[in-house]
Design a protein around this ligand. Structure first.
Ligand SMILES: NC(=O)c1ccc[n+]([C@@H]2O[C@H](COP(=O)([O-])OP(=O)(O)OC[C@H]3O[C@@H](n4cnc5c(N)ncnc54)[C@H](O)[C@@H]3O)[C@@H](O)[C@H]2O)c1
Length: 306
């Protein structure tokens, strides 16, 4: 198959590109390198350094007969979305629509979209949240991801275009950017290795569902074979608080690092954990990497990067 991966130089996207190339597919990557990196790019991937909002995107679809679009390019920083909701919507909604419209015009058969199972549900009524949980995003980022889901529904109803929406939990692993606001595992690991003090926001009892990137990649590989349209959570169903995460990582990287707390981030979601029962039932997907194993693998990567 010929697959276009937007955001294919980024953290998650680049691992998906590796798996698709490894599976014998031809992969085209569109990425503006705003947070992605050239070093992440698989040498066999055809690369266009391009903003998804750019009209030049059309040219990529004209030059390649794309069978599947896997859309990972996004502004993915929740705090930035709060500070600048127009920028967030510009990239995630308008940019996303540019990708969707180009895919429709050029007869692309399948569209895979990386949504969020953290920001989309907001504070949960029950734990873990399944896909039927009410969506009450508390950030412009969650709103922009949810609105792209709505557009996908519109394209299916109106044009018969099939989609797979994967709502990820908190993904971590090698290549995650340690310099941003998001990605607590990467941020803590990089700081511990530099001998700097990582700060736990607030009392550290806020919880997330940490999911290793290789498991997320497997869901994207399974999505290539799926018929019809689907919306699935991709997470572990295990809730871990930041204090526990800090201690687990410190045990691996720097046991003497003191546990230090900074001010709480206003508006930060308190608890988040999602159920993978539906994707397990439909595709046989379940997480295979425990947090302990995933942290080891991630720590090894950052150690080598030092
Ligand atoms: N990391 C997570 O925990 C997580 C959770 C849920 C959903 N997601 C989604 O997964 C996707 C990938 O996230 P990631 O963690 O790998 O982040 P990332 O920042 O590493 O990847 C995003 C990629 O998109 C590119 N990009 C950004 N704006 C662009 C634009 N206007 N035009 C072209 N390329 C652009 C960046 O350069 C980067 O390579 C995003 O859509 C994100 O919303 C991530």
């Amino acid at each position: 198959m010929k697959i276009l991966v937007t955001g294919g130089a980024g953290f998650i996207g680049s691992h998906i590109v590796d798996a698709y190339v490894g599976g014998g597919h031809t992969v085209v990557v569109v990425d503006d390198l705003s947070s992605g990196r050239r070093e992440n790019l698989h040498p066999k991937a055809l690369f266009y350094q391009l903003d998804i909002r750019d009209s030049g995107l059309e040219k990529v679809f004209k030059e390649h007969a794309i069978d599947v679009v896997n859309h990972h390019a996004a502004q993915m920083d929740v705090r930035r979305s709060v500070d600048d909701p127009q920028f967030d919507a510009g990239v995630n909604v308008i940019g996303g629509l540019n990708v969707l419209e180009s895919a429709r015009k050029h007869g692309v058969a399948k569209f895979i979209f990386s949504s969020t199972g953290g920001a989309i549900y907001g504070e949960q009524d029950y734990f873990p949240a399944d896909e039927e949980h009410p969506t009450r995003p508390l950030s412009p980022y969650g709103i922009s991801k949810l609105s792209t889901e709505h557009y996908l529904f519109f394209y299916r109803e109106t044009y018969g275009k099939q989609y797979t929406i994967l709502r990820y939990a908190n993904v971590y692993g090698p290549r995650q950017n340690p310099h941003g606001e998001a990605g607590v595992v990467a941020i803590f690991a990089a700081k511990m290795l530099k001998g700097e003090q990582p700060l736990i926001n607030g009392d550290g009892t806020q919880t997330r569902d940490y999911t290793y990137v290789a498991d997320v990649v497997r869901a994207n590989v399974l999505a290539l074979q799926a018929d019809g349209s689907h919306t699935f959570n991709v997470g572990t169903g295990v809730e871990t608080d930041v204090n526990v995460l800090f201690r687990s990582l410190a045990r691996i990287l720097s046991p003497s690092t003191p546990e230090t707390h900074g001010p709480a981030k206003p508006g930060e979601q308190k608890r988040s954990v999602i159920s993978f029962k539906n994707i397990q039932r439909a595709w046989g997907w379940s997480p295979t990497v425990t947090l302990e194993e995933g942290l080891q693998l991630t720590a090894e990567y950052f150690r080598k990067q030092q």
